[in-house]
Design a binder for this molecule. Structure first.
Ligand code: DGP
Length: 112
């Protein structure tokens, strides 16, 4: 499958990793929109959060277990934002589910 983030998981495309375990990889966004901008992805291909099922939701569970650990290691004690974009209207550009961790500054209240 021609998927950018699957290639990052396999190591065919390099990334700056900040966390990895058997189910999840987290790496720095190539075009950061905040002082801290990390992407957390499942190591299996799931198109988007719209494709989460009873069969693959353990990956989402794991992602949300590791997000606080990443936030701690990135020094985000004042808070942060977690975003997942879905499909065209959600402005999803890479079609491998990912959760943005954005922090290191106060976010704007408006989200859209
Ligand atoms: P989204 O718009 O939600 O699909 O976000 C995709 C993000 O992926 C976007 O913030 C930029 C990032 N990105 C795209 N290509 C690469 C890449 O090759 N490496 C890394 N580290 N990030 C990438």
């Amino acid at each position: 499958m021609d998927c950018l983030f699957c290639k990052i998981v396999s190591g065919d495309i390099p990334s700056t990793k900040v966390y990895e375990d058997d189910m999840v990889l987290a790496f720095r966004d190539i075009a950061p929109q905040a002082p801290v901008h990390v992407l957390v992805i499942p190591k299996i291909h799931i198109d988007s959060a719209q494709d989460v099922t009873f069969e693959n939701s353990d990956y989402v569970k794991r992602i949300f277990e590791v997000i606080p650990k990443i936030a701690d290691s990135e020094g985000l004690e004042n808070g942060y934002r977690v975003i997942t974009n879905i499909g065209h209207d959600g402005a999803q550009s890479v079609h491998h589910m990912h959760f943005h961790i954005l922090g290191g500054k106060a976010m704007l209240e408006r989200m859209a």
